[in-house]
Design a protein around this ligand. Sequence first.
Ligand code: BGC
Length: 752
Amino acid sequence: MTHHWSADLIAPDDDFAGAPLLRKEFSLDSGHGDVVTATLHVTAHGVVEPSINGAAVSEDVLTPGWSSYEWRLRYASYDVTALVADTSVLGLALGNGWFRGRLGWTGNRAFYGSELAGLAELHVEFADGHRQVVGTDATWQAGPSATTSNDLYDGQSIDARLASSAWTVPGADLTGWVGVHPVEHDAGRLQPYVGPPVRRHEVLRPVRVWTSPAGATLVDFGQNLVGWLRFRVQGPAGTEITLRHAEVLEHDELGTRPLRSAAATDRIILSGGVDSFEPTMTFHGFRYAEVTGWPGEVTADDLEAVVVHSELRRTGTFECSDDLLNQLHRNVVWGLKGNVLDVPTDCPQRDERLGWTGDIAAFAPSAAYLYDVSGFLDSWLVDVDLEQRHADGLVPFVVPDVLKYIDAPSDFPAPESTAIWSDAAVWVPWALWQAYGDREALARHYPAMTAHARRVESLLSETDLWDTGFQFGDWLDPQAPPDDPIKAKADNGVVATACYHRTLRQVSAAAEALGKADDAGYFSALADRVRSAFGKHYVSEGGRVTSDCATVYALAIEFDLLDGADRQGAGDRLAELARANGYRVSTGFAGTPFVTGALAATGHLDDAYGLLLERECPSWLYPVSMGATTVWERWDSMLPDGTINPGEMTSFNHYALGAVADWMHRAIGGIAPLAPGYSRVRVEPRPGGGLTWARAALDTPHGRIATSWSLEGNRFELDVTVPDGVTATVSVPGSDAVECSAGVHHYATTLA
Ligand code: BGC
């Protein structure tokens, strides 16, 4: 329910090192009986931690997250009935967050404004119906906290000598506190959360603590994760403990080069008593930490790593007989966890952490199987739509689009629609529609889908190809030079035109599903034109596609751009290329999600498994063989000799190349939607690659679908669980598909 605000957005008269506390003491109106409900609505310019009488009002952190603040600032609403007392202190601790912290690689900060501010309204309802409202206004006061610096990229410093809870108590001595002033703002921007809050999740203990060759104390948490360290410690007052974070080691020391300018360093100055440390106004992508200044020796019992991300429900699982594939799948899951901190990001560790649209365009189907990402991506798509509306249908490279404020270096392209990245406005809603079948959500996203399709229509050449303008294309083709990831083998026009064809088919199908027959007809006719242009200009005898590399065949096959003999010829050529390359991956962002599917769909299942199971670099299992616990940005983010790839962009936690999980779910697990939301499901496991069993399970909107198969010698057996109201079309290898309804079904066959 939307809340109508009467409170002022208030800023402290003194900034207090970027982490001010705002405070209001109040008494409950008397004579109205008991408090029936008390609700706090709260948001900020910056991030805010609200409290009542010193108690945190919720477990959320980094509220209100990051949205396109220019047009949408979310507020959280909490039931605080149990917290209000006759006399109470309502407190807001502010930090820089995304609003005023650093964003992007230029070192700049404060893109949305220079002043931190808080907005809160407490609504108390009494037994006799009386209502009392306590809101932020000029009567509030502001004071210092123990946080002496905070930034999402650089880390947080806390001086425990300054820590005190006195300010949370009524009647506190407020020496040193100052006033506040109202900040002009457009209340029309204020909207309730439509997605989940950010919360703490797993807590990991060190698996190893040791001294490096250079004498540093290093801690390994055994898992590349996103969050922060938490601990209690006691030492002489004034002792400074420094915590540096990194995803990898290099030459046996902390490998921080991939973080670029992100300092990812937290500090605490000890008070002399027992100090608790938890830096909740930053986050780090790390597996390792370097601890300096610890009083005495650090042991594995001293520290814990807290995993932080948006609250999402796990829905899909996958497991098979190959341990390396299982590790790859776990890495995909951790890659997701690390990049769903309110915004779907490219990476969580370096001076970037932006909502790169192409990354989620590639990964959305995998994400939507693994977790219920409907609310999370629904919320992000609101910002996609807002950014687009203010840019004439253009879907920017990142959402929220902070790049529009960054003075682009001369080699950075002027903003214009780009395949895959801008296609996120269609591919992401489409993935949600397929996974959850929510027609209202599709209708909400439809304007953004069509605005993108129409803008690209205006960019087509006279030939009906999308072959001009800047493209990221098959970004990060493994054969491109490390310092020039855009130099792909695949022709940009082929990639962009193929992607546009896919986009148009999805927009047309969405129009159809929403009963918009005119639009459906329009976009499908345009898709026909683009398809025939693709055939005419890019396809030659026997299904050869311009630039003759794996990505162009993968896209041409999976995006349905070829007929009959051409399609088979393209599949055969793709298989030939895969074999000739020794099954090492040769695709980048564009081709990677689709290459195994294209092989399997054209009779080359063995080659699809060949690619999936290859261990030599570049391959999906190469990072696994190097001990990876997340999906890497580059196939070789770490080189075989254990050094970090010299490329400037080298993240160890990027989900995009993990998009192969979608194929694993469909082809190995055997679960794919046949109708939106899995009201009809295709169960078609395709055993191969020496696997002897696999199982998958998915909680769909209709209930749990589960598969489990085994292969002993030639004997193939499959169990399928189908929930009520769902029809499954089940294919076992070598047999015709059969339809089945709710229940548990067993199939057995002898493979030829
Ligand atoms: C990001 C990518 C992103 C790309 C686009 C990179 O810096 O990390 O994942 O999609 O830029 O060029």
